[in-house]
Design a protein around this ligand. Structure first.
Ligand SMILES: [Zn+2]
Length: 62
């Protein structure tokens, strides 16, 4: 009887589909920045800013 292979991998919730996804090897360097479970979700992220060319702060044109 050998020890159970119980990996304790971190999880996150996808910002698009709200499903939990588990740490993957390919994310080991960018895990802090990963917010989507897949490339598809990253492309389909809701509320994406289409035009974010303006800098921070309100833009008043008067
Ligand atoms: Zn997702």
């Amino acid at each position: 009887m050998k020890g159970v292979k119980k990996q304790h991998l971190p999880q996150k919730l996808c910002a698009t589909c709200a499903r939990p996804f588990t740490w993957r090897k390919k994310w080991e360097r960018v895990w802090d920045e990963v917010r989507y479970c897949s490339d598809a979700c990253r492309a389909n992220r809701s509320g994406a800013r289409l035009t974010a060319t303006a800098g921070p702060g309100p833009r008043r044109v008067r």
